[in-house]
Ligand binder design. Sequence first.
Ligand code: URA
Length: 391
Amino acid sequence: MSGEVDDAQMAALAMACVWRGLSLEETVALTKAMVESGATLSYPSKAFVVDKHSSGGVSDLVSLVAVPVVAACGVRVAKLSGRALGHTGGTIDKLEAIPGFNATLSMDAFVHQVERIGCAIAAQSDALVPADKRLYHLRDRTATVRSIGLIAASIVSKKIAAGANAIVYDVKCGSAAFMREEREAEALARTLASVTDAFGRQGRALVTDMNEPLGRSIGPGVEVIEACRILRGRARDERAEHVCLAVAEAMLELAGVPDAAAVARVALTSGRAYRKFVEMLGAQGSSESALESIEPSDRRMPLRAEREGYIAAIDGAALGHAAREWAARDKGAGIIVRVRIGDLVRAGDSLAEAYGADADETLLRDAFAIEASPPPKRPVVYASYRAGERW
Ligand code: URA
């Protein structure tokens, strides 16, 4: 940041990190230097603050649910989020589909809101970890994004700077994730937990399935509608709710809440989590009526199965890319997926619906593979790691 190391040298260092890897000690040193490149947040009340991070997936609405669930259980959550990256949707883009929502809080306003109502979700501030912005831009231009050490330093530095005492990482694994292989996802999960621990904060990392979209909806507006259904205890799909609750449970456990799984579920079924979400919207310029006004675009294109068989694969990355492109012009545009991998369908059954003027039937059809025999079953949550151990 002082200009002593120029872009060429820094890009060469990034390439060396990709080729040679970074040890844990080197990753911690880089993370520390990045944290120290900018401002850091602290919470005057000294209350325990938790945070969560996802490595990025499709229909990943976990933050919209887990943050209010945890806050409704009396634990403060301070979450700075990013925008869409590649085929993955960003939490801030989703929240901005709610009319009036203000994601650009000053860091003082962010801290104050966390202290006052127990949670806030806002866009990453340029004042925190400015070195990450510069290094990420260089990595993007030099094909040096995919290094476990560089990814961990980038993610953890922003979390440490935002001041949480404990952080839960949701490392997505599968065809629609940045980490395609379980081995890679596990290595990132272990590194995130260990680097967090080295800063005297508690880290926990889950590895969760991303071989198909997490929820049923893909696109900012439709994902908010689905998140609300889960928050009101009216989920139509177990997978998304399962991961939301697993992440919320880990956050509550780190905050020392006994019987965290049951406590998190009651927050959903009692409506407390939904009311906390509405309170957060109110604090950030929006309202329940604005939330209720969101609807999918009225141009609707159904996709039906051409033959009988088992759903063998769903190309979440292609669907994610398409939904992101369509939603750039129309926040109500998106895709609703009606089937899951392993489902048996008959000719004419509904596979999906696309919303918006740009919807493209060929793209949608190519995203679903139907085979004669069912694929092997996969878990939703593969594993959970703490520093140095499988949890
Ligand atoms: N997300 C980040 O914040 N940084 C990375 O390097 C990769 C994903």
